[in-house]
Unconditional design. Structure first.
Length: 399
């Protein structure tokens, strides 16, 4: 039996693809210890991992972003600096804890700097995973939002990292070097055909496609009246992070308020439901649905373009209308558009008419149907969690 340590950040979409892998490792008699924020304790325990709390992470002052806002482009741009700063707080304790575990292999989110640093400082074989859509080559961590303030933050981050490396008597590496590094095995949760600039990804990247449990019984479509052949079924969700969007939901009410549609709308935990009422009769509005179990019954998914939602949609052959609002979602949306898997609409200029017209077109277009079917095949044959588990296990137990 080997011991695997998983390290992840606090985001449902980053944790979900790891869960079937953790469960499969457990089924094979391997031990998994999962470091993540306290709020995900039950989620990781449910798949058989031993939970370990990551210390609560505070933010440095002077980053110019409001931590109360949902993560957007500005927050993501300063994330590497924040993580460098947080690493000095988290790493000493984390490294101490992992050392005590005698782990055989670390499996960490490639976005998480403390995961990468812990692996380096401990010299334990490590596997990275990418539950996000990004180019292979990190452009300068400062360039996209170049400003004097960011240059100052980068310099401060490098000082923090240097201090940390010295305290462990290790050679120091700056932020850009660190975020550009790639483990010998890095799992990517999409088929290679979907990856933006796929040609830049070498054999260190294993494209396993969506990593999901697909043995759940399909969810009963949540309407008393079964849909007739003429009625189209739309599912609407903006994911788990940036979903407090009353205007968007009202646009959906107007777009789909006709007998032609049956709609399930998942609105998340942040919104005041009373402020959205009354709901049209043909809508089921809920805070959360078992999305994977629902998707097999859906004709069109109106999504924000989160990587998980997009992959899950394609895995079940569901046509897409993507309404992205941040850079990573726009990247995923642009792939959907380029590959002819759906239609992308601009969040700012969205109208009920443009949404209705696009959803109708997407539902019935034979070209989209054929291309989604081909991508569904790629998604299903990329290997998923089983291939990921085998690769991790082989990597950890090689001589
Ligand atoms: N999800 C779910 N039920 C919901 C809404 C979302 O199970 O009602 C899951 C969805 O299946 C996906 C994840 O939450 O696995 C959302 O991840 P994604 O990358 O699409 O978006 P994010 O939440 O990170 O923006």
């Amino acid at each position: 039996m080997s011991t695997y340590v998983f390290l992840n950040i606090s985001a449902r979409g980053h944790i979900n693809p790891t869960l079937p892998i953790v469960k499969e490792l457990g089924r094979r008699g391997e031990k998994v210890i999962y470091f993540v924020a306290e709020e995900y304790r039950e989620v990781v325990e449910a798949v058989g991992a031993k939970f370990q709390a990551l210390p609560p992470l505070t933010r440095p002052g002077g980053t110019g972003v409001n931590s109360a806002e949902p993560p957007g482009d500005k927050q993501i741009a300063v994330l590497p600096f924040i993580m460098a700063w947080q690493s000095t707080q988290v790493i000493p304790q984390l490294v101490e804890n992992i050392r005590g575990i005698k782990a055989d292999c670390l499996v960490y989110n490639a976005m998480s700097l403390w995961g990468r640093l812990s692996a380096h400082l401990l010299g334990i074989p490590a596997v990275g995973f990418r539950p996000f859509h990004a180019p292979r080559i990190h452009r300068s961590v400062v360039a996209p939002f170049a400003s004097e303030r960011l240059a100052r933050l980068a310099a401060a981050a490098d000082r923090e990292l240097d201090q940390l490396a010295r305290s462990f008597e290790q050679p120091s590496r700056n932020l850009h070097e660190l975020v550009s590094e790639v483990e010998e095995l890095t799992l990517v949760f999409m088929p290679k055909e979907f990856q933006f600039e796929a040609e830049a990804f070498d054999e260190r990247f294993l494209f396993v496609g969506p990593s999901l449990f697909d043995d759940d019984a399909p969810e009963r479509w949540p309407f008393e009246q079964p849909a007739t052949d003429e009625r189209l079924r739309a599912y609407i969700s903006l994911g788990t992070l940036r979903n407090n969007e009353p205007e968007f939901y009202r646009t959906c009410f107007s777009a789909f308020n006709r007998r032609e549609w049956q709609v399930v709308m998942s609105v998340g935990n942040q919104i005041d439901l009373a402020s959205l009422q009354p709901f049209p009769d043909n809508f089921a509005v809920v805070r959360s649905v078992p999305q994977i179990a629902l998707l097999p019954s859906v004709d069109v998914f109106v999504t924000h373009g989160g990587l998980n939602s997009t992959m899950e949609s394609l895995y079940f052959g569901v046509h897409l209308v993507v309404v992205p609002s941040i850079g990573e979602q726009r990247l995923t949306a642009s792939r959907v558009q380029e590959l002819g898997l759906g239609i992308v609409l601009d969040h700012e200029t969205l109208t009920p008419e443009s949404l209705r017209r696009s959803a109708r077109a997407v539902a019935r277009d034979p070209g989209i149907r054929a291309r989604v079917k081909a991508m569904q095949h790629k998604a299903r044959t990329a290997g998923g969690f089983m291939r990921a588990t085998e690769a991790i296990h082989r990597f950890a137990t090689r001589g």
